[in-house]
Design a protein around this ligand. Structure first.
Ligand code: ZN
Length: 174
């Protein structure tokens, strides 16, 4: 397995909508394993393919606590088919926006249809951290970042800070 370099704000790739996965094959599964490896290494609880530069609709997640057993999820072509009326607020972060956290309000429960790593149709209904995380990751597939859910003033400040950092690194990719 390979740890992939993460795409960081303000790289315009992050704003690109990802394409539907047409075929679930061994190459895709290998890529999903690389994404999981990258996510665990970071460490993070969710990662969308676009965050390692691949504009395809796939994401990986593991919201189990560190002391628990690993519980990796691979969601291909995930789609939110319904969301509950209740909202919950979490302090979110993002591997593409390191060391920045902000409270985001989202539906507390969602039902997601997707293909699993074998290409089989699957569906799950989530609440708690899983619900927040899966919505955050599906946003990535649509070119949306969690900072789009905070005030413009705060967002402009974050983008400015990361643009400056990128210039210091001499590029927008690590
Ligand atoms: Zn993210």
């Amino acid at each position: 397995m390979t740890i992939k370099p993460l795409v960081l704000l303000p790289d315009p790739i992050l704003r690109q909508p990802s394409k539907t996965v047409e075929r679930v094959d061994d190459d895709l599964r290998r890529f999903a394993d690389d994404m999981l490896e990258t996510m665990y290494d970071a460490p993070g609880i969710g990662l969308a393919a676009i965050q390692v530069g691949e504009p395809i609709r796939m994401l990986v997640m593991d919201v189990s606590k560190e002391e628990d057993e690993k519980n990796p999820f691979v969601l291909i072509n995930p789609e939110i088919v319904s969301s509950g009326d209740d909202v919950s607020t979490y302090e979110e972060g993002c591997l593409s926006i390191p060391d920045y956290y902000a409270e985001v309000e989202r539906p507390a429960t969602v039902t997601v249809n997707y293909l699993d790593r074998d290409g089989n149709k699957a569906s799950l209904t989530a609440d708690g951290l899983f619900a927040t995380c899966v919505q955050h990751e599906i946003d990535h597939l649509n070119g949306v970042l969690f900072i789009d859910h905070i005030s413009k003033l705060k967002r402009d400040m974050v983008v400015k800070k990361f643009t400056k950092l990128a210039k210091q690194r001499g590029g927008t990719r690590l």
